[in-house]
Write a protein that binds this ligand. Structure first.
Ligand code: AMP
Length: 288
């Protein structure tokens, strides 16, 4: 496995192999890798001949008051995990290489980014879409792998790739969870022992919503209120948002007429965690 740090070195390394390897798989990450990232790599390895992972804490997707500086980093540990997962090359560029002086081009996906993380983190998806476009242009993969853990991101990237006729497939991979249901995340490392206990509320909100829907509830507001009450009753945690959206358009669904997606963002202490799940309503019997 090679670790390449400049755009030119990575391009050269891939150019030399492109004719031998039919399918190139790509997994963009911000590092501090865990089993969730590994699932993406393993899926890529299953489906592709050459797998490239990028490790880049992209400054443009962080807001001014966010955790860019303290975001966890450990290249040594990350490269061991990549090696074990059968990755062929790691791309680990510097911010100045990805955003050379004078860079002034941005990629913005409208509509899908009006809600949830798009609304609570202004500019976040612009940063994500811009860096993914750059990375796709550098690596030129046939398939790129994204986690359902960041469901809105997956939908936004799919839309961007479709709208801009990007010549690659965007593949979604199911969320990998800890035994107690908490979605794996690099940010879980910020949690104290007490906060880690409190964080169990995040998957519990999803479970509550699923149970309500299984019980026949079709009204989104009722489900959201139940989530608000559940979180409000818990110390150390604060709900940032809970929304039920149409997965294709990312617009709010007032009534669950078809499969919807619940998206939540919850602060546990100062750590912001996100999660989501599908909500599949019970079929409504047609009028007699
Ligand atoms: P990040 O390093 O947080 O930017 O994540 C890189 C990729 O890994 C994104 O496509 C994430 O959605 C995905 N990912 C992160 N955590 C998980 C998880 N628990 N399960 C599946 N995919 C994940």
């Amino acid at each position: 496995m090679e670790i390449l740090t400049t755009v030119n070195d990575l391009r050269e390394a891939i150019r030399a192999r492109r004719s031998y390897f039919k399918r190139i798989g790509f997994v963009p990450t911000m590092g501090y890798l865990h089993a969730g990232h590994e699932a993406l790599m393993r899926k890529a390895k299953e489906e592709c001949d050459l797998v490239v992972v990028s490790i880049f804490v992209n400054p443009t997707q962080f807001g001014p008051a966010e955790d860019l500086e303290k975001y966890p980093r450990d290249l040594r540990r990350d490269s061991d995990l990549c090696e074990r997962a059968g990755v062929d090359a790691i791309f680990h560029p510097e911010a100045r290489d990805m955003y050379p002086i004078g860079s002034s081009t941005w990629v913005d996906v409208e509509g899908l980014t009006d809600i949830a993380c798009g609304a609570s983190r202004p500019g976040h998806f612009r940063g994500v879409c811009t860096v993914c476009t750059k990375l796709f242009n550098i690596v030129r993969p046939d398939r790129a792998y994204f986690g359902e853990k960041d469901f809105q991101q997956l939908m936004v990237i799919k839309r961007m790739a479709r709208d801009l006729f990007m010549p690659l497939a965007i593949v979604g991979v199911p969320t990998v969870r800890e035994p107690d249901g908490l979605a794996m995340s690099s940010r879980n490392s910020y949690l104290s022992l007490r906060e880690r206990q409190a964080a169990r509320i995040v998957p519990k909100t999803l479970q509550l919503a699923r149970e309500r829907v299984e019980g026949g509830e079709h009204n989104s507001a009722t489900i959201i209120t139940a989530i608000e009450e559940l979180v409000a009753a818990q110390p150390l945690v604060k709900l940032q948002y809970a929304v039920i959206v149409d997965p294709d358009t990312m617009t709010s669904m007032r009534t669950l007429t078809h499969e919807a997606r619940l998206l939540v963002a919850i602060y546990v202490g100062n750590t912001r965690l996100i999660d989501n799940c599908a909500l599949v309503p019970k079929a409504v019997a047609p009028p007699a």
